[in-house]
Design a protein around this ligand. Structure first.
Ligand code: NAD
Ligand code: PRE
Length: 310
């Protein structure tokens, strides 16, 4: 593949930043990759892993002369990064991010973007429970969605270039409004993580009652939750704080539906339980049949395919 950009700046080199770095290198998408991160220790590790061609702890320095700047930091750090790069990003450059929430990232970054810079918010729907530069791997984005939430008036040429970049990484690109993105992701990604953190926390509290039985007898259903609940605390704290309204709306709806389930169990309403469980089983089947990559949590291999249909 030929280089699409002369210089790419990767700001933040954890799971997502380093996975992008692996793919840029593997596919030869840039002549030069400048890696920036806050901590000198992480930067040193990125250099040992040869994730870029130049390394700096200054986001401003990394953004200088870059044609594409990819910000891959916890969403709560978006404003400080935007502020840092505002003075050095060159005219015509594309600045994008990978944050799990979009309206808040736009509110944090957009005001700092100089008018000649193309700011295109993005979100690859791919990841694992791991974090840091060692967690990244080539091919993470293969077959996964990458959602852009462009601001009105965004330059079509810049959008096309960024789309081509993500498609080179194997992603399918879609566009939507940031508020809509935040609502959809609240139910399909944020709530599952919050529920996992909660159930594992509850089980941990119970452990004082049951001694070591929670760990000893942890069945695979519970183990699936522990994978999600092992996700990075900083990242998920920020997601909760920066998608507050949509998450609270979905949690309210979730609690209502849980109360319905609770009532059906209490009153022995087996038909209601059977109806719900059949409906949800069909959803899983339709995801698998649509050929979408359905991960089976397997404590390490992020792309195990589930082909079981019953
Ligand atoms: N983990 C996932 O599954 C996943 C998937 C899609 C999107 N995301 C989003 O991607 C972003 C990065 O997540 P990750 O999983 O790679 O996290 P990570 O913890 O693995 O990496 C975060 C990186 O950001 C750096 N950083 C933090 N604050 C910084 C600052 N102020 N300036 C410069 N660097 C800074 C850290 O040193 C680290 O290198 C987050 O916004 C997250 O919401 C994560
Ligand atoms: O597979 C996982 O472990 C993930 O948590 C990835 C996941 C998700 O919920 O699907 C997590 C957050 C993102 O913003 C995008 C992807």
């Amino acid at each position: 593949m030929t280089a699409q950009f002369d210089r790419i700046a990767l700001i933040g080199i954890g799971l997502i930043g380093s996975s992008i770095a692996h793919d840029i290198k593997r596919l030869g998408l840039a002549h030069e990759v400048v890696v920036a991160t806050r901590s000198a220790e992480t930067l040193k590790r990125a250099e040992e892993l040869q994730l870029g061609s130049r390394y700096t702890t200054s986001s401003a320095e990394a953004a200088e002369n870059a044609d594409l700047v990819i910000v891959s930091v916890p969403v709560g750090a978006s404003e400080s990064v935007a502020r840092e790069i505002a003075g050095s990003v060159k005219p015509g450059a594309i600045v994008t991010d990978v944050g799990s929430t979009k309206a808040s990232v736009i509110a944090q970054m957009q005001p700092h973007m100089p008018p000649h810079v193309h700011f295109i918010p993005g979100h690859p729907l791919a990841g694992t429970e791991k974090s840091g530069p060692d967690a990244g791997f080539p091919g993470l984005f293969e077959g996964r969605w990458c959602i852009f939430t462009p601001i009105a008036g965004t330059d079509e040429g810049a959008l096309k270039k960024l789309r081509k970049f993500w498609e080179s990484l194997g992603s399918k690109v879609d566009e939507m409004d940031a508020d809509h993105h935040d609502k959809v992701l609240a139910i399909v990604s944020h709530l599952p993580h919050i529920i996992a953190y909660n159930i594992v926390g509850t089980a941990d509290d119970l452990e004082t009652v049951t001694e070591s039985e929670v760990i000893k007898y942890s069945a695979s259903g519970f183990r699936d939750f522990t994978r999600l609940a092992a996700s990075d605390p900083t990242m998920w704290r920020d997601v909760c704080l920066h998608n507050k309204d949509a998450i609270l709306e979905m949690l309210a709806r979730f609690s209502e539906d849980l109360a319905y389930l609770q009532r059906a169990i209490r009153w022995g309403e087996g038909d209601k339980l059977f109806e719900l469980f059949s409906r949800t089983r069909a959803i899983r089947r339709s995801i698998v049949q649509a050929g979408q990559d359905v991960d089976t949590p397997d404590f390490g291999r992020p792309h195990a395919q589930d082909t079981k249909t019953n």
